[in-house]
Design a protein around this ligand. Sequence first.
Ligand code: HEC
Length: 246
Amino acid sequence: MKRIIASVLTAALLASSPALAAGKGYLKDHDFSFDGMFGAYDQGELQRGYQIYEQVCAACHGMKHVPFRTLGDKNGPGFSDAEVKAIAANFEVPDEEGDPGDTRPAKPFDYFPTPLASGNPPDMSLLAKARAGGPLYIYSIMLGYTGEEKEVGGAFLYENKAYGGYFGMAQPIYEEDVEYADGTPETLEQYANDLSAFLMWAAEPKMVERKQAGVWSISFLILFATLVWFTNRKVWAKVKHPEDHA
Ligand code: HEC
């Protein structure tokens, strides 16, 4: 019995340890603003994260499940209508009314297009939930390059600690690559934090609402349980102590 308890405890500890991804890679230790029961997205982070996506990652990674209009969500990046329009117009999407192959600037109701890129970069719409470690995995990938690279059959591979070996994406961003207008430090850690937050929002735009609903239902359950307990005591009081109620 003791051994069973010990192994269950060990398994629980391992499962909650932030250091090891499900596979072979090592994840960084980092607290996100949206962690925990009361955590919420930070609009500044989401807007800066979007800026990195557009200026760097979008060259290779699409987001085909994310419509431009959601960039205006109040619990999301919260861009204004004019900003969302301007952002969409920076992207080209297939023109249904033109000849095959024609494109037109995107409108807010369109979805982020998938760029043509070599090496099969995964779509980013759900990436923050598709990998063990979630947003922490993306954060750790951005900070996980060792600088080692090798050539295999004509293709270059790059070593990354979070990936747990070599893979096909060269380090996409270095410090000071993206200029922040709000004075936030342009460090790689900050970029990784903001981009991971943005991709977490892209993958789960309703997280804040879901957490609020969770907190509400737990509060309700506690209140309800307390009421039941008092009612129960009152109802049974006469039965248990009839002498007090004679
Ligand atoms: C020049 C093209 C290019 C750019 C720019 C780029 N990527 Fe990638 N990315 C790739 C390719 C190709 C892969 C697939 C590599 C592989 O599986 O070997 C990839 C894979 C990934 C993965 C997934 C690893 C996995 O588990 O499959 C993550 C995370 C990632 N990229 C994040 C980013 C982020 C964040 C940015 C922007 C800061 C970015 N990428 C910019 C080409 C790019």
